[in-house]
Design a protein around this ligand. Structure first.
Ligand SMILES: Nc1ncnc2c1ncn2[C@@H]1O[C@H](COP(=O)(O)OP(=O)(O)OP(=O)(O)O)[C@@H](O)[C@H]1O
Ligand SMILES: [Mg+2]
Length: 143
């Protein structure tokens, strides 16, 4: 449970530290749930400043030259799964980088089964129920 934007960002930061090259993270949650806030935390773990992270009104895919490279995808303005194909998503995620996808539900069925899923559910003004699936923290910490 997150009680404010800072906490969501911190949860993102901790998740970001566990990510490995090739990981894809899908974010689910309504408008204003805190998906971009979480992306800023994840990006921070890769050394990317949060002012560099743009919002969906400006971009669909942004790439950052971090190590490993980071790709931020926001499918908010996408209307159908066909359009997901049109934007060339597959050429830009996967590979050796780390990718996060806001509004992953819009590409349901097209994204890999082993994708890490983050669900954010609004609980009042500043409460957010956050669940993360598909990542085994213990396994990763022991590498
Ligand atoms: N616990 C919380 N975690 C994250 N954001 C919160 C929280 N409580 C309040 N907020 C507020 O909710 C908003 C979340 O905005 P953000 O852009 O991260 O959401 P989003 O899910 O990316 O929205 P969009 O669907 O428009 O892309 C911010 O204004 C933030 O201050
Ligand atoms: Mg957003």
């Amino acid at each position: 449970m997150s009680r404010g934007p800072e906490e969501t960002r911190e949860i993102g930061f901790r998740l970001g530290r566990l990510l490995k090259p090739g990981d894809i993270v899908g974010l689910y949650g309504e408008l204003g749930a805190g998906k971009t806030t979480m992306v800023k935390g994840i990006a921070g773990a890769l050394g990317i400043g949060d002012r560099e992270i743009a919002s969906a009104s400006y971009m669909i895919i942004s790439e950052y030259r971090s190590s490993p490279p980071f790709t931020h995808v926001d499918l908010y303005r996408i209307e159908s799964a066909d359009e997901v194909e049109d934007i060339g998503l597959w050429e830009q995620i996967g590979g050796g980088g780390i990718s996060v996808i806001e509004w992953a539900g819009k590409a349901e069925g097209l994204l890999p089964d082993d994708m890490i899923k983050v669900r954010i559910v609004t609980a009042g003004e500043t409460g957010r129920e956050i669940t993360i699936e598909g990542i085994d923290e213990k396994d990763r910490n022991n590498r």
